[in-house]
Write a protein that binds this ligand. Structure first.
Ligand SMILES: O=C(O)CCC(=O)C(=O)O
Length: 368
């Protein structure tokens, strides 16, 4: 039986431990079943959490949820024998987890070279968007990477797309998505030195705003620092725990110096919420939930701050219609770009653009 669906699967601590710990039905355990050491540690840790356990119902996934299914504690992670109990609990609580030195310098050098080739316009990549910082694009035409703030949708560039298939990344992704994995959204972010207008900032947002597929808990972003990132060059900033909230309304922030295209921000969030600056070394990778509110600061250095990232979703996810939701504004914008750039029919729905660019990287393409 699969690791995710069944509350009966003895190897599935995500569901079984929950039933043990929170329903108190300890007699359900078969006497001959032995808890693994990791599971035992997890049980102890959960029992020692200082706050009272919030009852979280089994996330609606792909199989019909049994009405009698027990309340679940571990909602966001699967037991794949990779994450330690502490790591799982940290992701459950904070919505992100940082893994040191996950991608090698050699790989990063290759991604950098592929990026530079694109900037020199030596290759044309179908479907890829080459974006420019609003302040730099307006001021002058600068050839090469200085003009490029982001590559988006590089699934047809084999060297860059190799990032999305790295086994060491997928091993972690599987803990959040399960075994059938689609690479849905790819980016190489080349945050430029700020041109004095603060446009190199990325407003605080939830990535789910951009995605017409669910469930959110089966989506995860991996973001790898291609060089040292810190507060000076505009590292990621996250609001821990906000992944447990719902999708908020997003729009362009009213910034004096202008805002980059499609950089929507959460309209209202509590500015007093604790924030964490993720300072990282080259190759360090953070995995985070699509409802986690995050953004990045201004690049106050003279260098470019590079990161490569991919949003993965379980292939078992399903598309939703965003009509009548807070996501209508982004759908409108994406459709305008798609019709202008790729001459596609304006009847195209947001989900069609995603079905087109998603790529299977592990397992079976079951739904998306
Ligand atoms: O790399 C960054 O500066 C932020 C990227 C980000 O959050 C995004 O593009 O959604």
């Amino acid at each position: 039986m699969c690791r995710r669906h069944s509350a009966l699967c003895p190897s599935h601590t995500r569901s079984l431990l929950s039933s043990v710990v929170f329903t108190g039905i300890t007699t359900e355990i078969q006497p001959d079943w032995k808890m693994s050491r990791a599971a035992e540690r997890l049980r102890l840790l959960i029992n020692h959490l200082d706050q009272p356990p919030a009852t979280i119902r089994a996330a609606p996934t792909f199989a019909p949820t049994l009405s009698s299914s027990p309340p679940q504690r571990l909602r966001y992670t699967d037991d794949t024998d990779l994450l330690t109990p502490e790591q799982r609990l940290s992701y459950e609580k904070n919505g992100f987890i940082l893994i040191k030195s996950l991608v090698s310098k050699e790989d990063i050098d290759m991604f950098r070279k592929a990026f530079e080739q694109v900037c020199r316009q030596e290759v044309k990549v179908p479907g890829m968007m080459v974006m420019r910082d609003v302040a730099i694009a307006k001021s002058e035409f600068v050839p090469d990477q200085k003009a490029v703030s982001k590559l988006q949708d590089f699934q047809e560039q084999p060297e860059l797309f190799r990032y999305c298939s790295l086994q060491q990344i997928l091993k972690y992704v599987e803990c959040f998505t399960g075994p059938n994995i689609m690479a849905m959204h790819t980016m190489l972010i080349n945050k430029p030195p700020d041109a004095g207008k603060k446009t190199s900032r990325h407003p605080m947002h939830q990535d789910l705003h951009y995605f017409p597929f669910r469930p959110a808990d089966r989506i995860v972003c991996s973001w790898t620092a291609m060089e040292k990132v810190d507060r000076q060059n505009g590292c990621l900033v996250v609001l821990p725990g906000t992944h447990t909230s719902t999708l908020q309304e997003h729009d362009y922030p009213e910034w004096e110096g202008g805002v980059n295209k499609m950089y929507h921000g959460v309209r209202d969030y509590d500015p007093k919420l604790p924030r964490v600056h993720l300072e990282m070394e080259q190759g360090d990778t953070v995995f985070f939930h699509p409802l986690l509110i995050h953004g990045s600061g201004m690049n106050q250095t003279r260098g470019f701050r590079k990161a490569i990232s991919c949003h993965y979703a379980s292939a078992d996810c399903y598309y939703i219609d965003v009509k009548g939701t807070t996501q209508e504004n982004i759908e409108k914008e994406v459709k305008e770009i798609a019709t202008r750039k790729y001459a596609v029919d304006d009847q195209i729905a947001l989900k069609d653009t995603w079905a087109f660019k998603g790529r299977l990287v592990q397992g079976e393409r079951t739904s998306l």
